[in-house]
Design a protein around this ligand. Structure first.
Ligand SMILES: NC(=O)c1ccc[n+]([C@@H]2O[C@H](COP(=O)([O-])OP(=O)(O)OC[C@H]3O[C@@H](n4cnc5c(N)ncnc54)[C@H](OP(=O)(O)O)[C@@H]3O)[C@@H](O)[C@H]2O)c1
Length: 279
């Protein structure tokens, strides 16, 4: 039977699909735009229209599978996941990718979703990834490429960044092999760095100076709104960085090594491997 992947076109999902295909798993991709996903994987997977904002798409997708991976939707995350779980009671494995810190913070949507999953008694595994290394080549990368700067409201706090490929490999194992149900795993690297150190690592890798400019939250919101972000997204980002500033993303965890039976990928290697993305 196929494994249903929701969020297949995103950072984690893309890597997860590729990892599962390498293991010759049969996949059903539940996506808002099947044509877009089909362009990426063609006949190697099956596709079905799925949208958390359209509850009528839940049953057709879930009824075809016994295993499913999903990330939280942006709009009304808790309400739509509650309905989703009602259609998922027959599953033998549900893997949810939450957030390293917000998954454990009372009142945050990811925490509420985790609670709903455990209350549903569906055999499940919760992954709590830390900040992605891929952010430095993605949305933070724009400032690096355009201004040779990392601008964030992160002060001098440290973060144990995770490579999304490790998240995907861990997710794949929970879906393919038993033995992970009932577990919550903190997926972070085994080293933590502040953003001065990250800027220095990128500078050395590309042979040009990249500076870290810590920014006050209100200034950051103004800056990102000028760049086209909505106020909501900018404020949400600042809220997340307040948790970083409290030191809650710094602690390392043995969980990646425990699941993958190898150490987590390291930031210095990620930067070397992605040098071109900073130019
Ligand atoms: N960035 C970080 O550093 C970080 C760290 C820890 C945790 N997280 C968490 O990780 C999650 C994001 O994961 P990601 O980066 O892999 O995702 P992403 O790259 O932001 O992509 C979002 C995915 O969800 C799909 N999607 C969006 N709305 C949907 C809907 N209404 N119904 C069905 N699918 C929908 C998108 O599909 P389309 O192709 O249709 O748009 C896309 O595949 C969030 O919960 C975030 O809080 C992020």
């Amino acid at each position: 039977m196929a494994i249903l992947i929701i969020g297949a076109t995103g950072n984690i999902g893309k890597n997860l699909v590729n990892t599962l295909l390498e293991s010759r798993q049969q996949l059903l991709l539940g996506v808002r735009n099947p044509a877009k996903a089909r362009a990426a994987w063609k006949f190697r997977a099956s596709y079905i229209h799925f949208d958390f904002n359209e509850p009528e798409t839940f049953e057709p997708a879930l009824s075809q599978v016994e295993r499913c991976f999903f990330i939280a939707p942006h709009d009304d995350p808790v309400g739509s996941v509650e309905v989703f779980l009602q259609h998922a009671r027959h599953l033998k494995q549900l893997t949810f990718s939450s957030g390293r810190t917000t998954g454990g913070v009372e009142g945050k949507p990811l925490h509420a979703i985790e609670q709903r999953i455990w209350e549903s008694f569906i055999p499940a595994t919760i992954l709590r990834p830390g900040w992605f290394m891929q952010n430095f080549t993605g949305w933070i990368g724009d400032d690096i490429r355009e201004e040779r700067k990392i601008v964030l409201p992160a002060g001098d706090s440290k973060t144990a960044f995770i490579d999304v490929r490790d998240v995907a490999e861990a997710a794949a194992l929970t879906l393919i092999h038993g033995g992970h149900t009932g577990h919550t795993y903190e997926l972070v690297s085994d080293q933590a760095f502040d953003h001065y150190q990250v800027a220095d690592m990128i500078s050395r890798a590309i042979g040009e100076t990249v500076a870290y400019q810590p920014m006050a939250p209100l200034d950051y919101i103004r800056r990102m709104m000028k760049k086209g972000w909505t106020r909501d997204v900018a404020e949400h980002t600042v809220e997340l960085y307040q948790l970083v500033m409290q030191g809650r993303e710094e602690k390392t965890s043995p969980d990646v090594e425990q699941i993958l039976e190898r150490p987590p990928r390291r930031l210095a290697d990620f930067i070397q491997e992605h040098k071109k993305a900073f130019r």
